[in-house]
Unconditional design. Structure first.
Length: 426
């Protein structure tokens, strides 16, 4: 942590032995013991952290206002037993938090006694005073932008305040081995307010995201000193809090008996987790001069590129058509492996021929209409097989090194999108 000359002295008192001089150690002589993690009852949360809460870690939970950060943290606090937890709120009153806690615990643990303490305070000096008295085993700060330290003159939420308060909490976490969770609001452009400064100060950055109008929320590790940064947890926002979703594919696939046109399933990856998602396309003659193109949950520019490929390479006349695309469940998909599923959905709607609901796709599509390989193909195939799919289309170039006899699911390979269309639509 860089301390500017003349900068405020951090409040946390046992500030370590400053006269200690560090000496270089040979790397093979350095020993360490595996941190014993605190495994919470929320398995999605543990997964994102890399296996549980690390003692003394400082974790930032970022997300847009209203997405459910306070709910997530309060719910976690209520679930953790055996230790005192201090929930510091600078945003809501005790009464509001109590009401939320009741809403959360109504179904699971009615009126059970627990070790959660609420403190409505924004001065770090006062917070540390209370911490000394209470000696909590975990501290939640809701939110870092509301705190202020007496050592800095600027207003709460300003860069220097956010930095100073985080530094004080960091010191506290490290000196006492107490895990500290900081909630931080992120601005529309995606940066956690008090720019990127926080991200490099803390051990772990988790992003809580989702579409507020949909029920699914994704908790994503953006940075993690104690685990992989490609993990993610999935929740469903319900009336009584967040429910863990351990099998995301099941909720992302709509239940349907009849075969409908314009619908396909793609085996995609979110971080390292394979999941199957549904894409819906609607292609219809344009009623007005300029055709409409709109995509929800998918990059519109990429959709336009795929449409251009279909037009130019396969001769489909789509330029006078409206094209609408929708990814089910309110997810935003960035994995290029959904390309093939998307173009098949478009052609299925255009030609009015349904694709079997037992068929899925996992391949990228290139500018010349080639079907390209994607990463972790085994995981995608295994997930599709697990969910009862009977056929998966992948790139021919993904076949190398793949033991096809291992799978029950039929694996179709293609090098050009025409091959896929011929196979599906004749
Ligand atoms: P909140 O945790 O206050 O969001 P943040 O702290 O990120 O600003 O959650 C806000 C939304 O969550 C609010 O619109 C109501 C909804 N909600 C539920 O749907 N179910 C619940 O059990 C709770 C507590 C909140
Ligand atoms: Mg909140």
């Amino acid at each position: 942590m860089i301390q500017k000359p003349g900068a405020a002295v951090p409040e946390w008192k046992g500030a370590g032995n400053l006269s200690r001089v560090a000496k270089p150690s040979a790397i093979h002589e350095i020993t360490y013991k595996e941190e014993s993690r605190w495994v919470s009852p929320d398995s999605e949360f543990n997964r994102v952290l890399g296996g549980g809460i690390v003692p003394g870690s400082l974790v930032l939970i970022g997300g847009e206002p209203g997405i459910g950060k306070s709910t997530l943290m309060l719910q976690l606090a209520l679930q953790l037993k055996d230790r005192k937890i201090l929930y510091v709120s600078g945003e809501e009153s005790e009464h509001q938090i109590k009401m939320r806690a009741e809403r959360l615990s109504n179904q699971n643990a009615p009126k059970e006694k627990n070790g959660v303490f609420i403190l409505t305070e924004t001065s770090t000096q006062n917070i540390f005073k209370q911490i000394e008295i209470l000696e909590p085993g975990l501290v939640v700060i809701d939110s870092i932008q509301t705190l202020h330290s007496a050592h800095i003159e600027s207003t709460p939420g300003s860069v220097s305040q956010v930095r100073e308060c985080t530094a004080e909490l960091m010191r506290f976490a490290k000196e006492t081995s107490t895990p500290v969770f900081l909630i931080g609001h992120i601005t529309k452009d995606g940066s956690i307010a008090g720019p990127k400064i926080l991200e490099h100060m803390v051990d772990t950055v988790l992003q809580f995201e989702g579409d507020r109008h949909h029920v699914y929320r994704i908790l994503r590790a953006v940075k993690n000193r104690f685990g992989s940064a490609s993990e993610l947890g999935i929740y469903e926002m319900q009336g009584a809090g967040l429910r863990e979703v351990s099998n995301p594919s099941e909720i992302l696939l709509s239940q349907r008996d009849e075969e409908l046109t314009g619908i396909t399933i793609s085996a995609m990856l979110e971080g390292v987790r394979p999941m199957l998602i549904e894409t819906q396309a609607l292609v219809s003659p344009s009623a007005y001069g300029t055709p409409q193109r709109s995509a929800t949950g998918f990059d519109t520019r990429r959709m336009n590129m795929l449409l251009a490929v279909l037009e130019k390479r396969c001769g489909f006349r789509l330029s006078a058509k409206d094209v609408f695309l929708n990814i089910a469940g309110g997810l935003r998909v960035e994995d290029p492996a959904v390309d093939l599923g998307i173009i098949v959905a478009i052609i299925s709607s255009h030609e009015d021929i349904a694709v079997s609901s037992k068929t899925c796709f996992a391949a990228e599509v290139g500018l010349s209409g080639e079907v390209r390989a994607v990463n972790r193909i085994e995981h995608r195939i295994a997930e599709a097989e697990k969910l009862g799919f009977e056929r998966i289309y992948i790139s021919k170039y993904n076949k190398k090194g793949l033991d096809l006899s291992k799978y029950l699911i039929k694996i179709e390979t293609a090098s050009k999108i025409e091959d896929v269309f011929t196979s599906l639509f004749g």
